[in-house]
Design a protein around this ligand. Structure first.
Ligand code: ADP
Ligand code: MG
Length: 705
């Protein structure tokens, strides 16, 4: 990497983007392809060969030897199978480099090797990957060389979605159609398309690779399963936005460089609240692209870490007792001609279209709070949601003082006459400029916060794809828009009807608004009084996917069929049990082979020294040694009992059939048994000599990067 990077020059250099297409495709082909990309028209099969040809030449010029259909199965990570461009050697032993239109638009992949949750049993194992031309092809450079990656959707033989992209694309169609109806009602005749825009902020931890390799829990599960708190945590708030250390800076520099080449607009970077925690945010993009880019961001964060002797942990809660990592999903609706439907303006009380959009979103979130909560569920996120540092598991909406006041006016008097303004920020220093404040402060504890021109859904887990959250957001808001448009399109007096509708929606769904401290116990009680769901764990949340309400919603907008929803629920149950099972087995392994032997060694050493002292000097006070000996022996015995219990329960769990019952068993029986094993081991860590303890401590991991 050169010392000085010209960002503008390298940005997008590995992307088959619009500029490259315009340059390399025949004009007619370019125009037809653009129609599909921009207007969502069906792809003309005839142009595929021509696009493939141009793509191949471009890729080969950039050093590519292989191509792959790059897709996002329900494993949560991306999948790819590389094919070389070479053809069968001819008689002279020479090969041609080939890539046909057929190979571009369609691939075949054995669906039975990917999670399909029952769809596999009922349908054929054959799975297809289909080119998503709305997300540009790109070149991935790594140790295996340069590979042309073609973003694709992944479906079963009979068209069921087996991935995270297909439903997202379907939900984009749904919200586009319904949002356009709202715009037309307000006299907009010029916009052609509405697309959700998303900017996902990605949090992550970095640890030293050598240290990481000494922890089996990090290697197998991505999080620590044991570990006593170090003397210092994050209480000094000295890491957040702190100066970025050299080693981390060099890492961030390479990450940015790699992402820019891929056309990912990595924009902000900073240290996060916990020691060793950081964040990267790109500039927002169309949701489909934003989700693909987020996968590239996660891959790049992990890959580049190795170059710097680091390991990147994307897990939601790698360390107990310090902050976990999330992925704040900033979401808005923007037209092809640049109108943001969530832009409140300076005087939102006069902005009727905005108030209707807002009221519809409140309704959507209130009616489908369970689904939204479910969309952020993954196994690791159970340690975050509802724990005392992350958004609670209860969905509520933060609107801020200004909008809350407008809503108050509307609900009490029926008319809103003014919008509170932020006023000037006075620093009290003559040389510093005074400037206009935002009308509203932030609320960091809200899971769904309005931030001026977008909503920030803060529940999504750091390791999870943001796809599901956006599928749900797009679809529930599409439903609310549809229900509004159905009425308003028939209204005789539109102004009156829309005014009444906003008032009614706000009054009916006000309970979802909460501007206070989401971390407080008082809120949990208050939410219960309001009848808001509090789905504390992933296992509690999964049923939301298959309620009649959910099936009706998703089928109405063609986003999921009942079978697809059921298969997804099944996969989630399986995933939950599998992940906890791996964690339990890792704990069993570590306790049996590392902690118990270490404790025995310590106790033996202590006992020997105790008898040596007593032998040398019978009058010596050995109360400390005796006390420690008793304490350590007790903890050792507690450890052994808890270990035996965990082994027994885990064997029981393994014998159960996959499905809800097994997942519930893992949640209710195994997770507490794991905590019971951790407790005495963490106490032993505080007693046993550092040299005898078999692995690096929390302090070594998070303060010595
Ligand atoms: P904040 O500090 O308010 O959270 P930032 O400007 O840092 O906001 O933005 C956080 C993320 O939100 C970024 O990825 C940014 O691109 C994205 N974002 C900004 N405006 C929008 C919008 N209208 N729609 C979606 N995402 C947006
Ligand atoms: Mg933010």
């Amino acid at each position: 990497m050169g010392e000085h990077v010209n960002v503008a020059e390298i940005f997008g250099q590995n992307v088959f983007n619009d500029a490259v297409m315009r340059d390399r495709l025949p004009k007619t082909v370019y125009k037809k392809l653009k129609k599909t990309i921009v207007e969502g028209k069906e792809l003309e099969p005839g142009i595929a060969d021509s696009v493939a040809q141009a793509m191949k030449e471009w890729a080969i010029e950039h050093g590519a030897t292989h191509y792959t259909h790059w897709f996002q199965p329900l494993t949560g990570v991306t999948a790819e199978k590389h094919d070389a461009f070479i053809s069968t050697p001819d008689a002279a032993g020479k090969v041609m480099l080939e890539f046909s239109g057929k190979e571009l638009i369609k691939g075949e992949s054995d669906a039975s090797s990917f999670p399909s949750g029952g769809l596999r049993a009922t349908f054929e194992a054959r799975g297809y990957t289909a080119w998503d031309c709305t997300s540009p092809a790109f070149l991935k450079e790594d140790a295996s060389g340069v590979v042309l990656c073609i973003p694709t959707a992944f479906c079963s033989y009979t068209g069921e979605a087996l991935d995270k992209k297909t439903p997202l694309l379907r939900s984009m169609q749904a919200i586009d159609q319904q949002a356009m109806r709202i715009l037309r009602l307000f006299g907009n005749t010029t916009s052609k398309k509405v697309t959700p825009s998303v900017g996902p902020e990605q949090e992550y931890f970095l640890v030293d690779r050598e240290t990481y390799l000494q922890r089996k829990d990090l290697i197998y599960t991505g999080r620590t399963l044991f570990g006593a708190m170090p003397p210092k945590g994050q209480e000094m708030d000295d890491h957040y936005f702190g100066t970025i250390r050299e080693r981390i800076g060099a890492y961030m520099k390479e990450v940015n460089y790699e992402l820019w080449k891929l056309g990912v607009s990595a924009k902000t970077q900073h240290n996060e609240a916990a020691p060793a925690q950081h964040e990267l945010a790109p500039i927002y993009a169309e949701v489909n692209l934003a989700v693909d880019h987020n996968q590239m961001i996660m891959e790049t964060l992990k890959r580049v870490a190795g170059h710097h002797g680091l390991t990147c942990l994307l897990h939601e809660k790698p360390f107990a007792g310090v902050n976990g990592s999330g992925k704040h999903n900033n979401w808005s609706l923007i037209t092809d001609d640049g109108i943001n439907m969530l832009h409140a303006g300076r005087t939102p009380h006069e902005n009727i279209q905005f108030l209707l959009v807002l009221a519809c979103i409140l309704k959507a979130v209130d009616v489908h709070a369970d689904l939204l909560r479910q969309s952020a569920a993954d196994v690791g996120n159970d340690h975050r949601l509802g724990a005392n540092e992350a958004p609670p598991a209860i969905i509520s909406v933060f609107l801020g003082e200004q909008l809350e006041d407008v809503i108050d006016q509307l609900c009490s008097t029926g008319v809103a006459t003014h919008s509170k303004q932020g006023g000037k920020l006075m620093t009290g220093v003559a040389t510093l400029p005074d400037f206009d404040k935002d009308a509203t402060d932030r609320n960091r504890t809200s899971p769904f916060a309005f931030t001026g021109n977008k909503f920030e859904f803060r529940m999504v887990g750091s390791a999870d794809s943001p796809s599901s959250a956006n599928v749900v957001l797009n679809t529930i808001v599409a439903e609310a828009f549809k229900e509004a448009a159905d009425v308003l399109e028939q209204a005789e007096d539109f102004d009156l009807a829309v005014h009444d509708m906003i008032k009614t929606l706000l009054a009916d769904h006000r309970r979802i608004i909460f501007n206070g401290n989401g971390y407080s116990d008082a809120w949990v009680e208050e939410a219960e009084k309001r009848g808001l769901p509090n789905l504390k764990s992933m296992v509690d949340a999964i049923p939301a996917l298959v309620t009649d309400k959910a099936v009706k919603l998703f089928e109405a907008f063609g986003v999921f069929t009942r079978a697809e929803l059921e298969s997804r629920a099944e996969i989630e149950y399986e995933t939950y049990a599998k992940v906890i099972n791996i964690e339990a087995r890792t704990m069993i392994d570590m306790a049996s082979k590392q902690f118990i032997p270490a404790a025995i060694q310590y106790i033996t050493k202590l006992a020997k020294s105790l008898s040596a002292v007593t032998a040398a000097c019978p009058a010596a006070d050995v109360s400390v040694q005796t006390e420690l000996l008793i304490e350590a022996s007790d903890l050792l015995s507690d450890t052994k009992v808890a270990l035996a219990r965990l082994i027994e329960l885990n064997e029981q769990g393994c014998r159960m059939a996959q499905g809800r019952e097994q997942a519930v068993f893992y949640h209710e029986q195994i997770v507490p048994a794991m905590a019971a094993l951790r407790a005495p081991v963490d106490k032993l860590e505080m007693i046993v000599d550092k040299e005898l303890w078999p692995m690096p401590s929390y302090g070594d991991l998070i303060f010595e990067v």
